[in-house]
Design a protein. Structure first.
Length: 119
């Protein structure tokens, strides 16, 4: 059974940094895309960033380019989201998700971790 478990959220001030982790288990993810989404109160869930597990190619939403970095550790089966220069508008629940490279829909989702950025 596939499990994605996020951790690392918290309350920080604007300009601070946080690193989120997504521990993936239950299968090998070599043919998967791993992603981070977020959902702020009263807003729809939005794409943040994704990485192709096999070659590490990243993709970013314009709103986080230059501030966020996605990476993965093959040995630990873990995906990271390094968030720098956080802004109050980054406040949201952050979700880890996974889909096959050939799929369009994200099949697996974590439970989410709260990130709150105070001004």
């Amino acid at each position: 059974q596939v499990q994605l478990v996020e951790s690392g959220g918290g309350l920080v001030q604007a300009g601070d940094s946080l690193r989120l982790s997504c521990a993936a288990s239950g299968r090998t993810f070599a043919t998967y895309v791993m992603a981070w989404f977020r959902q702020a109160p009263g807003k729809e869930r939005e794409f943040v960033t994704a990485i192709i597990w096999s070659d590490g190619t990243p993709h970013y939403a314009d709103s986080v380019k230059g501030r966020f970095t996605i990476s993965r550790d093959n040995a630990k089966n873990t995906v990271y989201l390094q968030m720098n220069n956080l802004k109050p508008e980054d406040t949201a629940v952050y979700y880890c998700a996974a889909r096959r490279v050939i799929s369009r829909e994200y099949t697996y989702w974590g439970q989410g971790t709260q990130v709150t950025v105070s001004s």
